[in-house]
Structure formats: structure tokens, C-alpha cells
Ligand binder design. Structure first.
Ligand SMILES: [Ca+2]
Ligand SMILES: [Ca+2]
Length: 291
């Protein structure tokens, strides 16, 4: 088509728009405002990239609960020690709208219990006398034991899990009482819903945390993807990123980076319908060419 033409030729233009959507390339200069808006929105979605990740300085992070945490000399790695009651090492700042990435490895051949993460944690939520807790617990058990199966799960915590100690009957172990089990790895193609971590084996992880959605990736594979709207509708509470250990020594977290998640891109009213119509027209155009 003539790129400078002010005229609008519906059939040809729609096919051209479909092709540019397919190719992520914008060159259409027709004067029809409606379709220019649609095309510009597509370009916006293509160029919206996440912010650059920045290394995490762990020297300001805090410990709560049981066990101990040894900070490494570069302040970018930390290793838990102790077959202890639930404990966390957390950044003590509201972290919604951010991702946290790095590696996790249990550097031990001893025991088979819990490592993991907390999201939305507040200082004192474990063993600090807080009440009204509201945070998410992502725990990963190596082996099935005493009523809880191996694998990666996410739960919502609304009380103090320190009170159970290392008891296998505690809420942190059984995922009952103040620990409301939400789901095991639930994404299509997930690997670790019922599979424990292996001894002395490094996995990469990525956590994405917003008030409406949480995603957990392990080895770049999506394992958990939950929406607040699927669990009562209240937004997930804001709070810290943290690492977690319960009755398991040797969890090491390293190579840590945080990044801002890209803001949601507004979708114009009617956009999904328009895109569907354009796709259908493009398909029909291609059918006409090949029949
Ligand atoms: Ca055990
Ligand atoms: Ca143990």
C-alpha cells in the first residue's frame, strides 16, 4: 500500500494491520484514528521492558525466628544454619511491585525438611509478638514426612508460627490453623508440586510480587501463579521479601537481584474484541490467498 496515502481502504488496511501485529512492526500511516490507536497500543506492549535488575545488599536484612543466618563477605549471599523452629531473613521493606531473583541450594545431606520464601512479611511476624499477621509462605519440603508431602507449596499465614517450635504437628508443618494452604505448584508444566529439592543442588528462582498476583519460577520454569481474586478477593498484603527455613539446616541463597516489575499497560476498551476481529480478517485473507 501507499504509505503516504490519506485514503482508507478497509480490506487492505486490516490485512496490513494483522501482518504488522504478527511481525511486531509498525509502519501504517493511514488517517483512520481508531486503527492508529490500536496499532500504537500493540507497539507499546512490545517495547515495555522490565527495569534492569540490581544486586541486593543483604547487610541491612534482618533475622526473625529460629536458626541463624551467616552473611557472606560480598553481602550478596547468606546461608542458614540450624535444625530449628521457623525462621526468616528478610529485607524489612515493602516489596510489592518488585521481583527477587537468585539461587537456592541446600548445602547439606542431612535431613529432608523445609526451605523457601516469605512475601509480605513484617518484622516480628515470627516470634516477635506481632498479631494480625498476613503474609505468604512459599515452602519446599524435600521428603514426605509426618503428614506433609514433599514439594513446593504456597500458603497464607495469619498468626505466629513460632509457637509450634519444631513439632511436626505444628501449623507450619501441617499447613493448618494460622497457615492456610493455598496450592502446590499450579502452573501448566510445573515440575516441583510434589517433588522435593535435592541435596547440594543449586536451583535458580524468580519471585514476582504484586498486590494482585504472585509468580514463582524455579530454573526459569513457572511453578506457581496465583491471583488474589482467586482467594477471597482481598489484595495480597504488602511487606518484605524473605528467605525461610524450618527444621532444615544449610539453605543458601546467593546471586540475588531485585528489579521493578513493569507497570500494567492499560488496555483500551474494546481492544480484545478488535484484536480478535483483526486476527479473523487476517486469517480469512490468508485463506483467500491459499485456497
Ligand atoms: Ca525431617
Ligand atoms: Ca528437621
Amino acid at each position: 500500500m501507499d504509505r503516504k496515502s490519506p485514503s482508507f481502504r478497509p480490506c487492505l488496511c486490516m490485512r496490513e494491520i494483522f501482518l504488522l501485529i504478527s511481525d511486531s512492526y509498525f509502519y501504517w500511516e493511514d488517517s483512520n484514528l481508531t486503527f492508529k490507536i490500536i496499532a500504537t497500543s500493540m507497539v507499546a506492549s512490545v517495547v515495555a521492558l522490565p527495569a534492569l535488575a540490581a544486586p541486593v545488599d543483604l547487610s541491612s536484612w534482618l533475622q526473625d525466628g529460629g536458626g541463624g543466618w551467616n552473611l557472606e563477605s560480598d553481602n550478596n549471599g547468606v546461608k542458614q544454619f540450624g535444625n530449628s523452629p521457623p525462621g526468616v531473613f528478610h529485607n524489612n521493606e515493602n516489596s510489592q511491585g518488585q521481583s527477587l531473583s537468585g539461587s537456592i541450594e541446600v548445602q547439606s545431606a542431612s535431613d529432608n525438611d523445609f526451605v523457601g520464601f516469605v512475601l509480605g512479611y513484617n518484622e516480628g511476624d515470627i516470634g516477635g509478638g506481632n498479631v494480625g499477621q498476613d503474609y505468604l509462605l512459599i515452602d519446599w519440603k524435600q521428603g514426605t514426612q509426618a503428614g506433609w508431602d514433599a514439594g513446593l507449596a504456597i500458603s497464607r499465614v495469619t498468626g505466629d508460627i513460632a509457637t509450634g517450635g519444631t513439632n511436626t504437628g505444628s501449623s507450619a508443618w501441617q499447613h493448618n490453623g494460622v497457615v492456610e494452604f493455598l496450592t502446590r505448584s499450579n502452573a501448566t508444566g510445573s515440575n516441583f508440586g510434589n517433588t522435593g529439592w535435592a541435596n547440594n543442588t543449586e536451583y535458580t528462582f524468580d519471585l514476582e510480587f504484586t498486590s494482585s498476583n504472585v509468580k514463582v519460577f524455579v530454573n526459569d520454569n513457572l511453578e506457581i501463579d496465583i491471583d488474589a481474586s482467586d482467594y477471597g478477593g482481598d489484595p495480597f498484603a504488602d511487606g518484605s521479601f524473605g528467605f525461610y527455613a524450618f527444621s532444615q539446616t544449610g539453605g543458601r541463597y546467593a546471586g540475588l537481584e531485585e528489579a521493578d516489575l513493569p507497570p500494567p499497560i492499560p488496555v483500551p476498551a474494546g481492544f480484545p474484541l478488535a484484536l480478535s476481529a483483526l486476527a479473523t480478517l487476517g486469517w480469512l485473507a490468508r485463506r483467500r490467498r491459499v485456497n
